[in-house]
Design a protein around this ligand. Structure first.
Ligand SMILES: Cc1cc2nc3c(=O)[nH]c(=O)nc-3n(C[C@H](O)[C@H](O)[C@H](O)COP(=O)(O)OP(=O)(O)OC[C@H]3O[C@@H](n4cnc5c(N)ncnc54)[C@H](O)[C@@H]3O)c2cc1C
Length: 441
């Protein structure tokens, strides 16, 4: 494996409403000088932090290092919508079919949910855990057939769910916008940045986390890897790439995984009057029946989050003026659902980078002896990233587990066409999905 150079990393915007709600955290120092470690992880999101934690627990005398380009746990792991899910309506436009395949996928997601749940319980991680299920909804009667098919599938798997319509639905959500919704019991809503911060707080003492330490190059030297950051270098026999949407920038899985940039906005907490005007509903989380329809949440602290854009961007990140344009789309989505709320009620807007494959397959691979890579969770990464990270630690330890066997039995990501054809294809697909979901975003 030759010398690899990371593409420069775009800086995170600092608009994430989930992170803004947390206490200030002083970043750890940068990597400096020359060091040696038993296991090095690149990327401090759910995957990297889970892998580091588990490897350190399995090997209490080992030195484990995590290198993060920016502030730890402030990438997609803090910027997502906070749905920890077992069942998925479909795979958007990348669905695998058949009951057994769906059951396998469900079982994998469920293992991810259980993995997070166990950690949250064991370490009492405060992440606004809300085990009240999730909704899949449509505002277009013609799209209800999809919910009906999903209901049949869930019934075959004996999974608790219910269809809601009319006044009951309006009362539950506080909006008349949707014509029908399917509620599944298994979904959990949480505050993603709190969970990610929790993963930092529970790192064992034999893990060193270096922040603002972007990996610039890495290469194999004998049986070790040499990893360089602006001010330091580290040698290790075991290296895990846990950079998710930045895999292609790291020179790995270029033909299997690609980044998508999503944006979201969140309101300030609604006033008592505003909350009463929408009927004082209990908190909820709702996913659209359409791939490009809006994801909307009403949080425990009475904020509304709207995420309704997804795009391919060469630079991946967004300037303030670009975020302002996306915010206009979020405001439109909010006003459609809650016309009684003022347009200026949003007080945060942010972007985040997620990782997608052509067939919904995830990446869990050993590229070379000691060189591991995990990621590409296709929008469902809270549970899977936690699970894959832990299982990568077992793999780095030379262990086989039932979970590794389950992950390895899932379809691998398909080979994608080369750029620029891939970029054109994805843009066309997103455009088509946007048209189909024009009344749902
Ligand atoms: C807006 C949005 C909404 C989403 N909603 C959901 C949801 O509701 N439910 C769900 O399950 N999933 C959701 N996802 C997906 C989920 O957030 C991701 O799958 C998950 O966070 C992946 O975790 P990770 O640790 O693999 O990657 P990340 O959290 O992206 O962490 C990777 C880290 O690698 C770092 N890095 C990159 N390059 C380098 C380098 N050269 N050197 C050092 N560090 C580097 C990055 O800075 C980053 O911190 C959403 C994603 C987005 C963006």
């Amino acid at each position: 494996m030759s010398h690899k150079v990371f593409a420069p990393l775009p800086a995170n915007d600092n608009g994430c409403g989930w992170t803004q709600a947390l206490d200030y955290r002083q970043a750890n120092v940068e990597l400096q000088g020359e060091q040696i470690a038993d296991f090095v992880v690149i990327g401090a999101g759910y995957t990297g932090l889970s892998a580091a934690r588990k490897f350190a627990q399995l090997n209490p005398n080992a030195k484990v290092v995590v290198l993060e380009a920016q502030q730890a746990a402030e990438g997609a792991s803090a910027r997502n919508s906070g749905y920890l899910v077992d069942s998925t309506l479909n795979d958007g436009h990348m669905s695998d079919t058949g009951l057994q395949q769906y059951r396998d996928k469900y079982n994998l997601n469920k293992s991810g949910v259980d993995c997070v749940s166990q950690l949250v319980d064991e370490h009492q991680i405060d992440c606004d855990w809300q085990a009240q299920g999730k909704f899949h909804a449509t505002a277009v009667p013609a799209h209800q057939a999809k919910l009906q098919r999903f209901s049949q599938l869930l019934a075959e798997l004996d999974l608790d769910h219910r269809i809601l319509e009319g006044a009951e639905l309006k009362q539950r959500l506080g909006t008349r916008y949707y014509t029908q919704a399917l509620w599944t019991a298994g979904g959990i809503m949480l505050q993603p940045a709190k969970l990610a911060r929790g993963y930092i707080n529970i790192l064992p003492d034999n893990v060193s986390l270096f922040e603002n330490s972007p990996v610039l190059t890495w290469r194999k030297q004998g049986s070790d890897f040499l990893v360089s950051t602006p001010m330091g270098q580290i040698k290790t026999p075991k290296l895990l790439m846990a950079v998710n949407g930045f895999m292609a920038s790291a020179g790995v899985k270029r033909r299997q995984a690609f980044p998508l940039t999503l944006t979201a906005s969140m309101t300030r907490p609604l006033t008592h009057e505003e909350y009463a005007a929408i009927g004082n509903p209990e908190p909820w989380g709702l996913l659209s029946a359409q791939a490009m329809g809006a994801t909307v949440r009403l949080t425990q602290d009475r904020r509304i989050m709207v995420r309704n854009t997804a795009e391919v961007r060469p630079g991946m990140n967004m300037s303030i003026s670009e975020l302002e344009k996306r915010k206009a789309t979020h405001v439109h989505g909010l006003k459609r659902r809650f016309p009684e709320l003022p347009a200026e009620v949003f007080n945060s807007t942010w972007s985040g980078i997620t990782c997608i494959s052509g067939n919904n397959g995830q990446v869990f691979d050993q590229l070379d002896s000691g060189l591991l890579v995990a990621g590409c969770y296709n929008g469902g990464g809270i549970g899977l990233a936690t699970l894959f990270g832990e299982q990568m630690a077992h793999m780095a330890n030379g262990e086989m587990t039932d979970s590794i066997a389950m992950i390895q039995a899932r379809p691998k990501p398909n080979a994608l066409p080369p750029q620029p054809i891939l970029g054109w294809g994805v843009r066309l697909r997103l455009m088509r999905d946007r048209v189909i979901a024009r009344n749902e975003n």
